[in-house]
Design a protein around this ligand. Sequence first.
Ligand SMILES: *Cc1c(COP(=O)(O)O)cnc(C)c1O
Length: 418
Amino acid sequence: MNYIYSRVSSENKFYGNTDPFQLSEKYGTPLYVYNENVLRNRCRDLKGLISYSNFTVNFSPKANSNVELIKIAKSEGLRVDAMSPGEIHLNMLAGYKPEEILYISNNVNEDEFRFAIDAGVKISVDSVSQLEMFGRINPGGKVAFRVNPGVGAGHHAKVITAGQKTKFGIEMNSIPQVKRIIKEYSLKLIGINQHIGSLFMDGEAYLKSTTNILSVARQFDDLEFIDFGGGFGIPYKKQSGQSRLDLKDLGVKLSEVIHSWVKEYGKKIEFKIEPGRYIVAESGILLGQVNALKTNYNIKYIGTDLGFNVLMRPVMYDSHHDIEVYRGNDTPSSGEEQVTIVGNICETGDIIAKDRKLPEIFENDILGVLDSGAYGYSMSSNYNSRLRPAEVLIEADGNPRLIRRRDTLDDLVRNFIF
Ligand SMILES: *Cc1c(COP(=O)(O)O)cnc(C)c1O
């Protein structure tokens, strides 16, 4: 096999003892490939973020909820969040104990609250009305709430989850109502959390957002934890040299903030962060096959099996993913050309990479979509009645293991009642 354009995956020996052609022959395409070593390194980066002993990293599995990956995060000492009863279920399947799971609920019904209460997980509520519902169902219970600190951050309006234009969190003005409901239902407030948005590459907004949550937290005695949220970004443009988020700088500044707050509060309560993307994005590459080439009115299209049912981010958020090119034979590319890489879904918007300068691509080449480990499989669907892909893990010893099989036609009809 020839690695035509593959600096990023070559540098970290992403494919271990195998290569993209062997993998696509054995498991078919499209195929999500994860690298265990990369995943473990990212877990360790964030575990070492803060010099404060009572610090916890909660992995957010909505970025990737494959149980085998959650198990790896667990073995690195991470705790875990859940955004739904389904994620609570998967986390327990991965071996987490209920008290290690924080359910960050959003507009849930009573049954979903009951499910979480019965499971024994920690629960955070997202509005005054949900706090009241929780109090009615579970008077005297333990609860946390999500604050909206009024500052947001993120790579796209759809994923900025704090500030003045989002459904999330309880605004600063409503804190008196929170206090009233807590008293009315004899609730015990165990924590306050926030999540300001996804994919920041500069820690300033994250740091700034701690001021308001900490000032809210100061108004409650006897908290168990404060959770600053996720959103830690990764460089999606590695091929053009984009630098990494400066974790060291952010870590030092956050540590200072925490140490001085704790001194004032008088109790070494737990501090949490809840990263999803940072943990898993770079541990995944999506492989697809080139099935067709065409030029339509001066645009050269590379037709692949990478429809947006497989990776939704480019269509949903206009996201950029770097592309690598692998070839099964020795044919050289005759220079670079500008191409648009598209999938097999019947929509014009089905574009995975637009106007890219890449080495000449041929039919049967395999493409690698970098940094696809987060919000890749977890957002995939059966749109167009396409089958969701398989997932393979390159384990620490370099060998591949299938960790989810590809959908079959039977999966498509499983819920019909004939
Ligand atoms: C999605 C989400 C996260 C993880 O966000 P990333 O940008 O992937 O780090 C953390 N907390 C909450 C509440 C979320 O909804």
